[in-house]
Design a protein around this ligand. Structure first.
Ligand code: UD1
Length: 420
């Protein structure tokens, strides 16, 4: 199994290009099911989760051509098997994103229920409820969601009791080919939802309000081929900017996203980073021990839960006390025990982590990655720790960070991938 060996203590310097956003690419890939023709998707990140979604679509009969730079042409015209098997779904919860498009196109679908997950129970009840609102009959049989809409889906009102990102995306994709109008309230406002909607609109879908908490969809009979480029990954960018802040570095990240990174950039400024932004790049420079920053996670536009672990790592080496409250997932503190093993001074009470910065710095230790973002926080801790940190189970990192050690080494880090 691959591990990362990180020799800490180097500042990150240089420039970096952001990858395409995993959380946009996944629903956009799933949206290809809605199209009985070719969809070209550009700027897809090279990640294990993307490979899983591609395998899932291929297992249903979609045909793919991938160019050298990972531009993907998907031809779903021969897709004929609306079944998402457990073997693939169990490795990636986002596989549930095929439920809406399959029901919309085939009026039936069988999708395995995703199992448990390291960051909480993460049920899919809201996905199921919204399909019922659009007229689907759903039974859970032998671990599978068996969904049917004999006469096709019909528009309806969907009011999410909790803001759900993939739930909103599933509802939008289901409604695109449904008869009549669908109104989604308490919709997720995440930029990745907007990216999916922009792609669907390029295909001819009629959608208003993406980016607000009310999305209206007027069903159409069919969609047309399109060529779409996925937005940059704001969480990848945020993770690297946090790494630069922690290592007292100076890095330019080429991307065109500053507006959707606002809350993350604000917190990094509070930590003491100098940040200059324009339409095409972000330059972050840091020359001192970070100040502690309090964080409360919540749906967009507030602070993203996917950056919480990285900020606990940053607060662990800050010059004071901070508090990090996790409001989105119930059990997303698996990184805390590992950071404590590296010298972090962190106490957990319910959904709150109390951190006292250790200005003597962290020390290297063998640590275990437990989920995607938790793993990222351990890599950041390793970059500043004294000695060599060994991060085990890095398949979690490979699910969401494209060539992480190559990118960080380009900036001057010393990270080696080893198989043991
Ligand atoms: C997406 C992102 C993930 C991010 C999360 C929150 C993708 C592929 N993944 O995950 O990186 O951390 O948004 O920003 O885009 N919930 C229910 N029932 C449901 C669905 C969700 O109770 O049917 C709860 C969840 O347990 C959680 C909350 O709703 O407490 C929000 O989760 P949700 O937004 O659905 O997360 P995902 O879409 O799975």
């Amino acid at each position: 199994m691959d591990k990362l060996l990180i020799s800490g203590g180097r500042s990150l310097e240089g420039s970096l290009r952001a990858s395409g956003a995993k959380n946009s690419a996944l629903p956009i890939l799933a949206s290809s099911i809605l199209l009985k023709d070719k969809l070209i998707i550009r700027n897809i990140p090279h990640l294990n989760d993307i490979t899983t979604m591609i395998e899932l679509l291929s297992s249903m009969g979609a045909e793919m051509t991938v160019s050298e730079n990972m531009d993907l042409e998907i031809d779903s015209s021969k897709l004929e098997n609306p079944l998402a098997r457990y073997e693939l779904v169990k490795t990636m919860r986002a596989s549930i994103l095929v439920l809406g498009p399959l029901l919309s196109r085939y009026h039936e679908a069988e999708v395995a229920l995703p199992g448990g997950c390291a960051i909480g129970s993460r049920p899919v009840n809201l996905h199921i409820d919204c399909m019922r609102q659009l007229g689907a009959e759903i039974d859970i049989v032998d671990g599978y969601i068996k969904a049917k809409a004999k006469n096709g889906l019909s528009g309806g009102n969907i009011n999410f009791s909790t803001v759900t990102v993939t739930g909103t995306e599933n509802a939008v994709m289901a409604a695109v080919l449904a008869k009549g109008k669908t109104v989604i309230t308490n919709a997720a406002k995440e930029p990745e939802v907007v990216d999916l909607v922009m792609c669907l609109k390029e295909m001819g879908a009629k959608i208003l309000g993406a980016g607000s908490d009310r999305i209206e969809i007027e069903g159409v009979d069919s969609l047309q081929p399109c060529d779409y480029s996925v937005m940059a990954d704001r969480i990848e960018i945020g993770t690297y900017l946090t790494a630069v802040t922690m290592t007292k570095g100076n890095v330019v990240i080429k991307c065109s996203l500053p507006s959707v990174l606002e809350t993350i950039l604000e917190k990094l400024k509070l930590a003491g980073a100098n940040i200059e932004i324009n339409d095409e790049e972000i330059n972050l420079e840091m020359d001192k021990t970070p100040n502690p920053v309090d964080i409360t996670t919540a749906p967009f536009p507030l602070f993203p839960t996917d950056m919480q672990a990285q900020f606990i790592a940053l607060n662990s080496i800050s010059n004071g006390k901070s508090k990090v409250i996790e409001n989105v997932f119930e059990n997303r503190f698996m990184h805390v025990q590992e950071l404590i093993r590296m010298g972090g001074n962190i106490k957990l009470e319910g959904n709150t982590a109390f951190i006292e910065g250790n200005t003597n710095g962290l020390t290297a230790a063998p640590v275990m990655a437990t989920d995607l973002r938790a793993s990222a926080s351990l890599v950041l801790a390793g970059l500043v720790a004294k000695g060599q940190t060994k991060v085990d189970r890095i398949y979690h990192i490979d699910r969401g960070y494209e060539r992480i050690e190559e990118k960080l080494n380009l900036l001057g880090a010393n990270i080696e991938r080893v198989s043991e």
